[in-house]
Design a protein around this ligand. Structure first.
Ligand code: ADP
Ligand code: MG
Length: 598
């Protein structure tokens, strides 16, 4: 759930509206003090100040339960980040539990900007502070009738905003970005005529731009404001600056120092997760486990690598999980597909799209892979983003796409277990269980159609062996082809040429396996062919393990590769001797059934 107080109070959740004035006052205070207990007295004071009605304590209770109902009715699922309004003997606390509050992101970004400025990384400072300022939609809590505590917090926040504005200006001036700063400065000086530091910046900027007369005017205006309003003369810094401008001291126009990194013109919070088009079904335990593993941790970089056969449902699972945890990553969510149908996506291209999504303009993206990766790490350092790398081809590709140190998390999918990523938690995406398979088939083909012949339907599901892409093709075919029933389809699938049946538009089991097969080395492909030939024909449909026989050391290494590609399973034999192997059923079909002329 998203809460925003940097401007009008907003609960940015389609389902929830908190509109009554006193409810808003109460919610505002609970948000300002979130995860801390606010006493009933404080709430009464905040809502009514000096004149509380006699029933004030009771009313507070009613307001609390109203707000609690509202928050509880959010569309967020039970386990995702839903805030909780907790009752204590002394009062109430709004526990955010991972919900988003714009103020917290603002403070975090300002802190990052300050650290960057201290390190002399001016551009990173500008990026972070711009992100902080972009969160503002007006003066804090402008539409809430605030009591003393929220008024104090709103004032403090407005002050922090002014501070951030000055920091941004100073950082830009430090690297000579005069032209783009001058208007912002002039506007600020108009609003705050007695702030001497602003006026000093404005004078220097005008002077650096060759607008000396205007710089002197700015001094005179400031002096008048100080004398008229406060009865004081400008301070020594400002007076000295006036003298230097009068003397045309050219040192003021010295060139700015070189910029450290190319500068993003605009900052942006990327939201790159693709929209979901299908219901995700099942995999409850895997989902919870992944959600847990991806929890952001300051200083660490949770990296989870999910591997499995083509079409087993890795992308679907990764996106399902990413959508579940997205609210824990206020810095944004990045998504890159690293393989296309015609081969791998160059890592430099993936970095280009990441940098563009982070607001770096095309002309500021450096040409080389290494520099792009470095800039990406620089911009994402200290942020809290989720990076999803889909269908990665290699360890080095993943390494180039890791964000900088901060509180980000990374989820990678790949067809091969990326054993070289040693800091990763490696998980295998295995077949779906039969119930999930039936549910997917029912969703696509229509439950009524399946209910007409439950036995054939279950057999179809069993035949798919938990491979989602196969289930999807079959379901879509049952839905699309008139007259096709579970029974007739089952009959076709037990004949030859099954693999050709498993194709409908983009959903194509053969094409998916073929592209994985192409990625194997020639020697691995050769061993796979030999294993398939030595195994009993698959016509009977049984997937019994077969004895491995004697293997040369080089074959053993190749076998390991096939196992890492999830094409072959190796089962230890009881006792001593060689083990057993089992080819994945669809891989075996792929090898045994060359494409029929189509
Ligand atoms: N748990 C699931 N529920 C519903 N559909 C699924 C599920 N898992 C996979 N699918 C569907 O199966 C197909 C193949 O899954 P995908 O994630 O693309 O496989 P992979 O990324 O492993 O190659 C996709 O059309 C996907 O939408
Ligand atoms: Mg995929």
């Amino acid at each position: 759930m998203n809460f925003e107080i940097l401007g009008p109070l907003r609960v940015a959740d389609g389902h929830v509206r908190v509109s009554a004035s006193k409810h808003r006052t109460l919610l505002a205070l609970l948000l300002c003090e979130h995860d801390h207990v606010v006493t009933v007295d404080q709430l009464v004071d905040e809502i009514w100040q000096e004149n509380p009605p006699r029933s004030a304590v009771n009313l507070v209770r009613q307001y609390i339960s109203h707000v609690r109902r509202k928050l509880g009715s959010s569309g967020a699922s039970a386990t995702s980040s839903r805030p909780e309004l907790v009752t204590y003997s002394s009062g109430y606390s709004l526990d955010l539990r991972g919900s988003y509050l714009d103020r917290n992101v603002f403070e975090e970004r300002v802190a990052v900007a300050q650290r960057a400025a201290a390190r002399g990384e001016t551009d990173s400072c500008v990026v972070a502070v711009t992100e902080a300022l972009d969160l503002w939609r007006g003066p804090a809590l402008i539409d809430v009738s605030c009591g003393p505590r929220t008024v104090a917090e709103a004032r403090r926040l407005n002050g922090r905003r002014a501070f951030a504005e000055e920091m941004r200006i100073e950082a830009k001036l430090a690297v000579g970005r005069y032209a783009e700063t001058v208007d912002e400065l002039a506007a600020l000086a108009l609003v705050h005529p007695t702030r001497e530091r602003l006026r000093e910046h404005l004078m220097r900027t005008l002077y650096a731009l060759g607008r000396r007369a205007e710089a002197l005017e700015v001094y005179q205006e400031g002096r008048r404001a100080l004398v008229d309003r406060l009865g004081i003369e400008p301070g020594t810094t400002l007076r000295r600056l006036e003298q230097e401008v009068l003397n045309d001291n050219l040192a003021l126009r010295s060139r700015p120092r070189q910029e450290l990194v190319s500068r993003p013109r605009r900052s942006a919070i990327p939201r790159q997760l693709p929209a979901s088009h299908h219901d995700f079904i099942g995999r409850v335990r895997e989902t919870e486990h992944l959600v847990d593993l991806l929890k952001p941790s300051v200083g660490g970089l949770p990296l989870v690598a999910l591997s499995g056969l083509a079409g087993i449902g890795k992308t679907a699972l990764a996106l399902h999980v990413a959508r579940r945890v997205r609210d824990s990553f206020p810095g944004g969510q990045m998504f890159a597909r690293l393989s296309a149908t015609d081969g791998p996506v160059p890592t430099a291209n993936a970095l280009l799209s990441f940098l563009r999504a982070l607001g770096v303009s095309q002309s500021d993206v450096p040409p080389g892979l290494y520099q792009r990766a470095e800039l990406f790490r620089g911009i994402t350092a200290d942020r809290q983003i989720l990076v999803v790398l889909d269908d990665a081809g290699s360890e080095s590709q993943v390494r180039a796409l890791l964000p900088g140190p901060g509180a980000s998390s990374v989820l990678v999918t790949s067809r091969r277990t990326l054993t070289g990523l040693d800091s990763a938690v490696h998980l295998t995406c295995g077949p779906l269980d039969a119930d999930t398979g039936l549910a997917i088939l029912g969703n696509l083909a229509g439950r009524q159609q399946l209910a007409q012949d439950p036995k054939s339907s279950s057999e179809l599901v069993r035949w798919c062996r938990g491979l989602p892409v196969a289930l999807c093709v079959i379901g879509a075919k049952l839905a699309a082809e008139r007259g096709l029933t579970a029974r007739t389809l089952l009959a076709t699938l037990s004949g030859n040429g099954q693999l050709d049946e498993l194709q409908l538009g983009e959903l194509d089991v053969r094409a998916r396996i073929a592209s994985s097969h192409r990625r194997l080395g020639a020697a691995e492909r050769d061993l796979l062919g030999r294993l398939a030939a030595s195994a009993r024909p698959v016509a009977g449909g049984d997937d019994l393990p077969q004895p491995l026989g004697e293997l040369t050391p080089s074959d053993e290494a190749l076998l390991e590769g096939l196992v890492a590609n999830h094409m072959v399973e190796v089962l230890p034999s009881p006792g001593t001797g060689a083990g057993y192997f089992r080819l994945n059923y669809f891989v075996r079909l792929f090898i045994e059934q060359p494409r029929t002329g189509r």
